[in-house]
Write a protein that binds this ligand. Structure first.
Ligand code: NAD
Length: 480
């Protein structure tokens, strides 16, 4: 029986391995993590992450051919294929701080693999890593092997790049029916070709052959960074157009629809919003910028940097619009924030635009009441207490103490509680439930004039104006 071990039981490692276990009942899949609470969560009825459909998949496989464990060394040692799906955040200090990927977790995982392995292994890069990481990993693995075996043969490793393209909120559906699976490997050696074939065999159980792409290692590593950069660029492009729509009376939804009808452009990922968030887009573009600079390509670096600059601009523009509309101050006013996750159908708040928007409002002394169906009060307090957003230096976050916002932030049990006696409502996540709210009920319980600032274009602007709201919706014609 083939044994797979995945290091890292996070948003990628957990769902990815659950789907492999579901589709390959003859393969034993173990997901390991150094975080005991995470593993305890995966072994409980309350999984540590929220993803539609994930509970079902885990329930079907756990105890059959899927398990979660903190016994990292033992399971890595036993495995034939080791996926590495650890976090690769942006470096916060030292060379490349604020841009380069922090590969500390990756390096320690690689050293650990080398330390505990007694049989040959295929090591799969599942994390998003800078192009050429496989070269560094090969060095670490081969150096440690030589050291342990006195310079002679020992364990052999094949490194593959198999970046993950799932999107949070649709992870299970994306994994069950991926647009493509990408496998990069060394196609110049029989062992390299065999490793690619072995991983291809795993995915071929449910992914059609024409959707399994094989490339060289560097193309696979770079494809993931490029794909995220292209996706984020589309959002910044439509957001840049949204600002022009507001200035001219055009409607960004109509413009995006017309633009997307061009088959060369396509209709997806063209929704204007308060900005993109999540743990990947910003960090991967910053990493791309850093790589371009390292390879002496400053013009290319500055091209991609603009994608992030427009995203920061969009978040700041939204806050400025809220404050300016409310007679240039929100001091002492209650603002209901509906949605804190970076997108619907996830509880993930990493890099969510809601953090920056809330900090902007708190900075102008608003009282903020937050409701999100999947985000806990602890997450909100942690995210808002950690850093203060500095509009003059948007990439430099200043630490503040929890007391700076104490008394200014509340977490509500539902949208109506959040909006009670509020002066304004800001919609920051496109949860389906926000489309069907009883806005008349909310209006009746709010101070007048009652404002709605829709950062996701989910409300029916005409209907809300009929109720009596003053409505701002990104990229839509403004109230008179
Ligand atoms: P995550 O932070 O949710 O999970 C990473 C896990 O790795 C953590 O639980 C951590 O405890 C564990 N870990 C770190 N070092 C370890 C070690 N030495 N041994 C065992 N466990 C260790 O991160 P994530 O969101 O799952 O992302 C993982 C990677 O996948 C990142 O490179 C990310 O860029 C990439 N990615 C993420 C997404 C996404 O939507 N989240 C999508 C595609 C790719």
């Amino acid at each position: 029986m083939v044994k797979i071990c995945c290091i890292g039981a996070g948003y990628v490692g957990g769902p990815t391995m659950a789907v492999i276990a579901l589709k390959c009942p003859d393969i034993e899949v173990v997901v390991v993590d150094i975080s005991e609470p995470r593993i305890a969560g995966w072994n409980s009825d309350h999984l540590p992450i929220y993803e539609p459909g994930l509970d079902d998949v885990v329930r079907q496989c756990r105890g059959r051919n899927l398990s979660f464990s903190t016994e990292v060394h033992r399971h890595v040692s036993d495995a034939d294929i080791v996926f590495v799906s650890v976090n690769t955040p942006t470096k916060t200090c030292g060379l490349g701080a604020g841009k380069a990927a922090d590969l500390t977790y990756w390096e320690s995982a690689a050293r650990m693999i080398a330390d505990v392995s007694v049989s040959d292994k295929i090591v799969v890069e599942k994390s998003t890593v800078p192009v050429k990481t496989a070269e560094a990993i090969e060095k670490i693995l081969s150096h440690n092997t030589h050291r342990r075996h006195g310079g002679g043969g020992g364990v052999r490793y094949q490194i593959l790049s198999n970046p993950e393209f799932l999107a949070e909120g649709t992870a299970v559906a994306d994994l069950l029916s991926p647009d493509r699976v990408l496998i990069g490997g060394r196609n110049d050696t029989p062992a390299g070709l065999a490793a690619v074939a072995a991983l291809r065999d795993v995915y071929a159980r449910w992914v059609p052959p024409d959707r399994i792409l094989t490339t060289n290692l560097w193309s696979a590593e770079l494809s993931k960074l490029a794909a995220n950069a292209f996706l984020a660029q589309r959002i910044s492009s439509v957001n840049a157009i949204s600002a022009l729509c507001e200035a001219t009376g055009a409607d960004v939804a109509q413009v995006a629809h017309s633009v997307g009808k061009d088959a060369r452009i396509g209709p997806h990922f063209l929704s204007a919003s308060v900005g993109f968030g999540g743990s990947c887009f910003q960090k991967d573009i910053l990493n791309l910028v850093y790589i371009c600079e390292c390879y002496g390509l400053p013009e290319v670096a500055s091209y991609w940097r603009e994608v992030i600059r427009i995203n920061d601009y969009q978040k700041g523009r939204f806050v400025n619009r809220v404050v300016a509309s409310m007679f240039n101050t929100v001091a002492g006013k209650k603002v209901a924030v509906l949605g804190f996750a970076f997108k619907k159908d996830t509880g993930d708040t990493r890099e969510t635009p809601a953090i920056d928007v809330c900090k902007g409002l708190l900075g102008d002394k608003a009282a903020v009441s937050i409701y999100d169906p999947q985000v806990t009060g602890e997450q909100v307090s942690r995210d808002l207490a950690m850093n203060k957003f500095d509009w003059d230096h948007p990439r430099h976050l200043q630490p503040i103490t929890g007391t700076d916002v104490a008394g200014q932030v509340a977490v509500a049990a539902d949208a109506y509680e959040a909006a009670r006696e509020a002066h304004a409502v800001c919609i920051l996540t496109e949860w389906d439930e926000f489309r069907g709210l009883d806005y008349k009920r909310m209006f009746d319980a709010m101070h007048k004039p009652a404002f709605i600032f829709d950062g996701r274009n989910v409300v029916d602007v005409a209907k809300l104006r009929e109720i009596g709201f003053v409505v701002y919706s990104i990229g839509k014609p403004l109230d008179d």
